[in-house]
Design a protein around this ligand. Sequence first.
Ligand code: GCU
Length: 463
Amino acid sequence: MQRFKKARNNGLIGSLSLALLLGAGRAQTPTPVAHLTAEQDHQRLLDLLHITTLRPGKSGSPDKPNAANYDEAKANPFPALPDPLVLSNGKKVTSAKVWWEQRRPEIVEMFDREIYGRVPAHTPKVTWEVTSTKSGVNGDVATTIKSLVGHVDNSSYPLITVDIQMELVTPLAAKGPVPVMMEIGFIGGFPRRPGMPPPPPQVGPTWQQQVLAKGWGYATLSPVSVQADNGAGLTEGIIGLCNKGQPRKLDDWGVLRAWAWGASRALDYFETDKAVDAKQIGIEGHSRYGKASLVAMAYDPRFAIVYVSSSGEGGAKLSRRDWGEVVENLTATGEYHWMAGDFLKYGGSLGWGDLPVDAHELIALCAPRPVFIGGGATNGDGWADARGTFLAEVGAGPVYRLLGKKDLGTTEYPAMQTPLITGDLGFRQHSEGHTPAPNWPTFLEFAGRFMRASGGAPVKGSF
Ligand code: GCU
C-alpha cells in the first residue's frame, strides 16, 4: 500500500516502476504443479491421440478369458522382425561406418519418438554430495560405504525438488580405482509389503558379496528418487521438473527413460570419484528395473556392461511375441507411465506388427559392448518371457557381428540352466521364479572376461 501510494505520487516514472514491480512479481510466482490421477493423465493422452478404446492386456490368471499365452505354437504371430541393418531408405547397412553414422541414429530416433520418449534437450545440472562415509563389513570383506545425494538444480521451477539417492560400497583394501556394478533397485534391499511372501532364502553369498570377492565395488541407485513409479507422479520428479509441473507432450520421456537418465547422472558422479574406475561401470536391474538398465545401457555408451534380469515386455522381450505380458499391458493405466505417450497407439489404433522397432534393436544399440540377459522358468517367471528375450538377442546378433563382435553363438534355444557366455552377448534361463539371484554367478563369469579389478584392459567401445 505504502509502495503504491509512493508510485502514484511519482507520476509517470512511478507508474512504470509499479508495472515493472507487478510484472516481476508475477514472473516469480510459478504455475502450480498440475495434479492428475493416472487415469486422468492416461485419458488425456488418448484424447491427444484421438484414440477411443484400447485393447485389454493379458491376465496372469490362467482361468481368465484373456489369460496370457504360454503355448509356443501360438507365440509368434509376427515372426518377421524389423531389420536392424536396413536403412529407412531400404539400403542395406554393410559397414560399421554406416551403422554408426546413419542406421544407429535412425533407430535411436524411433525409440525416442515412439517407445520411450525424448529426454529434453536441456536437463538440469546435478550436484553430487557425499552425505556420509562409513566403514562396513560385507561377508568377510571390509568396505567403505558412501551415501550420496544428487541434488538436481531446480532454479527453473522451485516447486519441485529432486534429490537422487545412491549408495556406493568399495573394498577397503582396494589399491586403486575399482570396477563397480550398479544396481537400479532399492537401497537396503527389496521393500517387503505386508502380506508379501518371504524372500527365498539366500543360498551362498549375495550378489554384493560375489562382486566384492572379485575385488570390485557395488552401488545401488534409487530410481524412484529420480521419478515416481506411477502416472500420477509424471508432473513431478525429473520429468515434472523439466515440464515445470505440467503434463507430458506425446513424445516426452517416460519413466524408464527418466530412470536411465538418473543412472547416467550416477555415472557422472563415478567419473569424479577416485575410488572408482569409471571406464568399468556395469549396470544391473531386475524386472521393471531390468527394462531401465537395458535402456540406460542402450543410450549411454559409457556403461561397460549390463545384466538385464527378467525384464520382459518393454525391456528385452520382443513385443511381437505373444507370451506372458504383452504391449496392451504396457499401454494400460498401471504401466503407461514407463513409456512415451505416443506408445499408447500400439495398444489401440495400431498393433504389435506396426512397431517401427523391437527389443532386438534396443539390444543392438548396446553393441559392441557386452550384454547379458537372464530370466527364470516359465513356471514362476513366464510373464517375463525368457525365450522372447533370447530371440531378441539373436536378432541383435547381426549388429554385433558387423562391429566385429561375437553373437550368442546359436539361434537354438538352450536347455534351462545352460549358460551362453562365450561371446559378447550372453544368456541364461535359470530354473527358479522371478528373481535375478540364480544368474548372478553366470553373469559375473561373463563379466570377468571384460572387467578387471586392476591392471586389466577395460572394455572398449567404438565411441
Ligand atoms: C509387473 C509388470 C512387469 C514388470 C513387473 C516388475 O509384473 O507387468 O512388466 O516387469 O511388474 O517390475 O516386477
